[in-house]
Design a protein around this ligand. Structure first.
Ligand code: H2B
Length: 99
């Protein structure tokens, strides 16, 4: 899979308005009630990642979870990152996560 051009990235960002573009990655922080809920969310994200064979970098800080998505093999952002971000957004809203 080849990395998106700047124009493709701009278009794809519209699909995930809560995510932030940071150079070769997109990132989003989700906030939960407590560590337990953060952990449950991360388990769901991990299962999605295994199914898609596409893995975010994950930083858990008690009640907030910071995710980074990038396609390492392509050296940039690809459709895989945006599909994963959309799936993660659905899981987060089902689990009571807030931006
Ligand atoms: N995750 C991400 N984010 N980028 C990759 O390039 C990637 C991955 N490659 N998960 C996958 C696994 C690859 O290493 C395996 C062998 O398919």
């Amino acid at each position: 899979m080849t990395a998106f051009t700047e124009e493709q990235i701009t278009q794809a960002m519209a699909r995930v308005p809560h995510w932030k573009r940071e150079s070769l990655e997109i990132t989003r922080t989700f906030t939960f009630k407590n560590f337990r809920d953060s952990l449950a969310f991360v388990v769901h994200v991990g299962l999605l990642a295994e199914r898609a064979d596409h893995h975010p970098d994950i930083d858990i800080r008690y009640s907030s979870v910071l995710l980074h998505l990038s396609t390492h093999s392509a050296g940039g952002l690809t459709e895989k990152d945006f599909v994963m971000a959309e799936s993660i957004d659905k899981v987060a809203s089902a689990m009571g996560g807030t931006p």
